[in-house]
Design a protein around this ligand. Sequence first.
Ligand code: ATP
Length: 356
Amino acid sequence: MISREKLTEALSKLQFGTHQQPLVNWLSETELSDTACRLVFSFPWPCKSQWEGLSQRIAVAIDELVEHRDLTIEFAISVPQLAIKAERPLVAGVKNIILVASGKGGVGKSTTTVNLALALQAEGAKVGVLDADIYGPSIPTMLGVAEGTRPKVQASKHFEPVVAAGLQTMSLGYLTTEKTPAVWRGPMASGALMQILEQTLWDDLDYLIVDMPPGTGDIQLTVAQKMAVSGAVIVTTPQDIALLDAKKAIEMFAKVNIPIVGLVENMSIHTCSACGHQEAIFGSDGGERLAATYDAKLLAKLPLSLAIRQSADAGENLMASSGAEQQAYQALALRCGEEVAMMPLASMPEFVLLDD
Ligand SMILES: Nc1ncnc2c1ncn2[C@@H]1O[C@H](COP(=O)(O)OP(=O)(O)OP(=O)(O)O)[C@@H](O)[C@H]1O
């Protein structure tokens, strides 16, 4: 005979996610009758691509209990808001702010921001991107936003985000022109950034991914300190010089008590499209070594690839393709979402988990 207890027992044998937690942790609804069995699982991070496989695993695990009943398995996503207890104010309409940073310029921070955002969205989250790279806002181009696009202004004080590829975006690039490039000095730059962060009408975002300016100077420090941030993702290449700068970025965030969600090793391996030969052009295992030094997680190793460069240049959505690159960003998004969701479980007293 089917019972809730037996169901839970059978389901507790299944694990899910990198942390291999019991799937039953996310069982949010159970309906049992003589003719039907309906289960609803609600996940705190976006993971749509996993649902089909999960559904099959669940059906096999409870097959004997379900017998002749109609089995319905449903999945939902409910990303919790991670908030800092401290005085930093939350940004309206945003549940989690994730900073994407690098010590060194040109390591692929903006490319990672865009593709991480698109991949989180493909996994079922509502995502926005704030282009805070004042030295060269490149997010609009990478998302195919037409040159000269300006955000709509509401009541003379709020910006409506520019929606591109389904993402809510805001960039200093929308507010400056080639003739009036932004020549920002420290306080002015961080002031302008905070202003566009707070004056944009973000609409119910699970994640706002912020493309930080490269470096670890005053602007980065001020912005990081003023935002109520869930965590930072550090992008580096495996090259020694980039790793050195990534260390500075990790230490900067430690100083202002911002947890590191994890590291991304970009431009990791290159596979020759003609012969398939693989080469570690910028060196190998730098990400692993850095992660080990700081006891941080290596979220992903992303390939150095023509498809990544071309999609960024052309403003095309790489998640609409189905190659190894799309899979690499999908894996990054799944891992990143999970790590953010798991954060309250770690020993970080300055964080509280708020229910919806
Ligand atoms: N994994 C990758 N494979 C191939 N090309 C890449 C990859 N990542 C980034 N690029 C390319 O490298 C260049 C620099 O990338 P990007 O602008 O994302 O770096 P960044 O760290 O944000 O730079 P900046 O310091 O200027 O803000 C771009 O031309 C981008 O298309």
